[in-house]
Ligand binder design. Structure first.
Ligand code: NAP
Length: 290
């Protein structure tokens, strides 16, 4: 599991680790308060993803993985950050590193294993009309890797659009995996999980002081009134997906928490674009090639 040191992932990991006969392994770049095995993983470095996957292989011995939870995520105000591999950091951490981890660990997934990729409804302008000004315009990995989140490269690129676009990539990756012969043969349960707006996590840690202040003041007032999602609720759902405790409705892949309820809507129009899905999978393969 990635992203288990804070927020929704931490809440989920706390639940998973208490289940008898479950061995939880975390990939973390720092220390986790969760009492579980962990191995170093910095998703901003593809070399770290490779060494993590190799260490997991070694730890597994002849065993296999029953659930792969790709939950880590970050957000910035701009698209100016680059990883040591030279890629825009939001895209690299939220999508590309997870894509590589998935590809490396796929052969070790057990029959019927769950693969949960945490996405966000910010990928979908029809679900969140108030943030449609930051909606993804494309899912071209080669452009996104260079921070080009707009179709017109002269237009202003914001960190919020980069984030929403990386979350579109998460849904497309989940769809590509679910529709692959590999997933069908192995009976994988693939879920793109949107916890929905969830205040109190560390996701805004790179935002400006002004944004953080507004969120800190408004959210405690609005949360109960608008039934805004909670860390505990998102953690419950994430844990239950990982533990295969939720039956996936036939043909559904996008699980979205709305007002503290689990729903199964269609993802965005772009997320349903098969050509974009196939191209993202192939281009990501090119980008992670050593
Ligand atoms: N909160 C929301 O409103 C919301 C809404 C929709 C979707 N989501 C999604 O939910 C997921 C969890 O978000 P959250 O709100 O719980 O955020 P969070 O509290 O900031 O947790 C993010 C997790 O990702 C890890 N992470 C970030 N960069 C990493 C890196 N380079 N290498 C390894 N791990 C890294 C963090 O580890 P460190 O402790 O090392 O930083 C942390 O464990 C994300 O995918 C997010 O996009 C959140």
């Amino acid at each position: 599991m990635t992203g288990a040191t804070a927020g929704i992932g931490l809440a989920a990991a706390e639940q998973i680790r208490r289940v008898p006969n479950v061995r939880l392994l975390l990939g973390t770049r720092g220390t986790s308060t969760v009492s579980a095995d962990s191995l170093p993983l910095d998703l901003a470095r593809l070399a770290s993803v490779r060494s993590f996957a190799a260490a997991v292989e070694e730890m597994l011995g002849g065993g296999s993985i029953d659930a792969l939870v790709l939950n880590a995520g970050i957000q910035f105000d701009d698209v100016d950050q680059r990883t040591e591999d030279g890629f825009e950091t939001t895209f690299a951490v939220n999508h590309l590193a997870h894509y590589l981890l998935l590809r490396l660990l796929m052969p070790r997934l057990a029959t019927g294993a769950a693969v949960v990729i945490t996405t966000s409804d910010t990928h979908d302008p029809k679900a969140l009309p108030f943030s449609s000004g930051f909606a993804p315009e494309h899912a071209d990995a080669l452009k996104l890797a260079q921070g080009q989140v707009r179709l017109n490269p002269e237009s202003k690129a914001s960190g919020r659009r980069a984030y929403a676009t990386s979350k579109l990539c998460n849904v497309l990756t989940a769809r590509a995996l679910a529709s692959s012969p590999f997933a069908r043969e192995r009976g994988l349960g693939v879920i793109a999980f949107n916890p929905g707006l969830t205040p109190g996590t560390q996701l805004m840690r790179n935002s400006s002081a002004g944004v953080k202040f507004v969120v800190a003041v408004l959210m405690p007032i609005l949360s109960p009134l608008m039934r805004i999602n909670t860390i505990a609720g998102g953690g419950d759902l994430l844990a239950n997906f990982a533990l295969d405790r939720i039956v996936l409705p036939a043909g559904r892949i996008y699980a979205s928490q709305v007002k503290r309820q689990l729903t199964w809507p269609d993802p965005s129009e772009l997320a349903l674009d098969d050509a974009a899905m196939t191209k993202l999978w192939r281009d990501s393969e090119t980008l992670v090639r050593p």
